[in-house]
Design a protein around this ligand. Structure first.
Ligand code: GAR
Length: 196
């Protein structure tokens, strides 16, 4: 089986979905580490409860020294030797050096239909633009933010009266379907994009 590490920053609902899918016997991958950039990340307890090794590497003591922070991340990865690294709501920008080390093996989920709305506040921006549709994307990570080859996308309608919160909830439901579907295919060597 392919060995998968997951980076999170928050509640980790996407991470839980990835772990649940990898728990199935027929899955081509297994989780070896969940890492968060804060000990407060709620997802750490959920991962531990599901029997997965967890670690917190707090970015704050590094005071903006991204290279040193990433060396600490890499040191944790070296202890578990993952084949694939999944970013799942990991809210730290990674430098070109770290990305280069993992290029072709690092996936990210982003809450927009890329290439639209890279960066933050994607739901508010889609509503403000008057878009009729929104969604989420899983892509391979390249040095440019929220760029890189698309592995899958899921679309949801934007409805009258949507707020960023109601729209985010609709998108998140689709993230929970899309990310496991993409990881399962990717771990089996399939990089042909899917749409849900
Ligand atoms: C998800 O909506 C994910 O797409 C988004 O953060 C949320 C994490 O939720 N990621 C980004 O905005 C990346 N820039 P989760 O912790 O419940 O999976």
């Amino acid at each position: 089986k392919k060995r998968v590490a997951i980076f999170i920053s928050g509640g980790g609902s996407n991470m839980v979905r990835l772990l649940e899918d990898m728990n199935k016997d027929d899955h081509p991958a297994e989780p070896v580490l969940v890492l968060a950039n804060s000990a407060d990340a709620g997802g750490l307890a959920k991962a531990a409860q599901m029997g997965v090794k967890t670690v917190a590497v707090d970015h704050r003591p590094f005071k903006g020294d991204r290279a040193a922070f990433e060396a600490a991340l890499q040191a944790e990865l070296d202890t578990v030797q993952p084949d694939i690294l999944c970013l799942a709501g990991f809210m730290r920008v990674l430098t070109e050096g770290f990305v280069a080390t993992w290029e072709g093996r690092m996936l990210n989920i982003h809450p927009s239909l890329l290439p639209k709305y890279k960066g933050l506040h994607t739901h508010a921006r889609a509503i403000d633009a008057g878009d009729e549709e929104h969604g989420c994307t899983v892509h391979l990570v390249t040095p440019a933010l929220d760029d890189g080859p698309i592995l899958g996308q899921a679309t949801v309608p934007i409805e009258d009266g949507d707020t960023p919160e109601t729209l985010a909830a609709r998108v998140l439901k689709q993230e929970h379907e899309l990310y496991p579907a993409v990881l399962r295919r990717f771990a089996a060597g399939n990089t042909t994009p899917i749409t849900l």
